[in-house]
Design a binder for this molecule. Structure first.
Ligand code: GLU
Length: 370
């Protein structure tokens, strides 16, 4: 029996085999069904972020080599192919497609992390379709996420998605590689991703597991631990997208270990170490604790400690810690901003990182209970 699920914001990972099925240029062959899924989901009020591979495959034709390509040659392929890949997506939509290119280093850098988050939020708010890829032209191996399955998991986390859908070229996870073992059984759902599940993908240390299954499991593990339900589906099968549109599960479903909000609150509260404290007035306390709003500069009465934008800080009211969150401004700037109206930020600092000091998505109220 098919089981239902619900979702609001999904990251959809589309691999090179779907973008450039012949290995050397982009094609709409498999993307029509995917584009229809995205358009219909958006019409139903849901949000989708695409993580798209295919830049290297799409640019291969223009950088013909007979040997195995050097890094620079691959980067040239990516630079050419990225344009074609984006153009290929754009012709399937009336809404603007927005190119977001990043590397592992960008995700590790706190300030850039919150910039990525703010940009994705803004793109979705303006009805654009963010299409993310690794910035292959600048990234060398040490700076790379390396594969777009794991990149998609990072994007699901940074964008606070509730769902990750990884489009593969097989139906999902099997007990063995179905291309080699005719008796391989399909696995409909996985409750916990442990060593026995990794063993199905070829076991640890295998470079390319069952249909590249290993990196997909890593992505699923990252996401489910943070409350994000994950699917591995066959992106070549349009029926999959019809099912997902009806909120019926398709492919292999990986159960999230807890709700995304709870996972995020736990991460903010327990994992991150506060680098300083923001003291707030009664109005701000009421706003964040009962109305669950963002924290604005106007409500801040004092700043203690030294911290940078992107750091975790404790929020205190009346001498008691009441919340914790990720600040968009560092302590030095907050000493200037405290008590000011958000409209005065640009003038006071000469730049504007957002109206909020802590966006409500990055705020965990202690009163809510963890
Ligand atoms: N970023 C690579 C590309 O666009 C793909 C990496 C992957 O598919 O895992 O060609």
């Amino acid at each position: 029996m098919t089981q239902s699920f619900s979702w609001q914001r999904a990251v959809l990972k589309v691999g090179s085999a779907l973008i450039a099925p012949d290995g050397n240029q982009c094609s709409a062959r498999y993307l029509l069904a995917i584009a229809h899924f995205i358009t219909a989901s958006r019409a139903a009020g849901k949000q989708v972020i695409v993580v798209s591979s295919g830049s290297v495959a799409a640019g291969k034709k223009q950088v013909p080599v007979t040997h195995s390509p050097t890094i620079a040659e691959k980067q040239a392929m990516a630079a050419i192919g990225q344009m074609q890949m984006m153009a290929n997506w754009q012709r399937l939509f009336d809404i603007p497609c927005a190119q977001v290119l990043l590397t592992a280093a960008d995700l590790q850098h706190r300030q850039r992390y919150i910039n990525i988050q703010a940009t994705l939020r803004e793109l979705l708010a303006h009805g654009a379709l963010p299409i993310v890829n690794e910035n292959d032209t600048v990234a060398v191996d040490e700076l790379k996420v390396g594969d777009n399955d794991n990149l998609a998991a990072h994007i699901a986390l940074v964008s606070q998605a509730d769902t990750l859908i990884i489009c593969s070229d097989i139906d999902g996870l099997y007990t063995a590689d179905p291309r080699q073992h005719t008796d391989a059984k399909f696995i409909e759902s996985v409750a916990t991703i442990d060593a026995s599940v990794y063993a199905l993908a070829g076991g640890p240390g295998t470079k390319v597991g069952t249909g590249g299954m290993r990196t997909k499991l890593q992505a699923a593990e990252k996401c489910t631990q943070s409350g994000i339900q994950t699917f591995i589906v066959n992106g070549q099968n349009p029926a999959v997208f019809d099912k997902l549109l009806e909120e019926q599960r398709a492919g292999t479903y990986f159960t999230p270990s807890q709700s995304p909000a709870r996972a995020r609150t736990a991460w903010l509260t327990h994992t991150l170490v506060a680098q300083g404290t923001l003291h707030i007035d009664k109005g701000a306390f009421q706003a964040i604790s009962t109305l669950h709003t963002s924290l604005l500069p106007a409500g801040i009465t004092a700043v203690s400690g030294q911290f940078k934008a992107g750091d975790a800080v404790t929020i205190e009211y009346n001498g008691k810690p009441v919340a914790k969150g990720l600040t968009q401004y560092g302590s030095k700037d907050l000493l200037t901003l405290m008590g000011l109206h958000s409209s005065q930020i640009s003038q006071a600092l000469g730049y504007h990182q957002g109206d909020e000091v802590i966006h409500r998505d990055n705020l965990a109220n202690f009163a809510q209970g963890v």
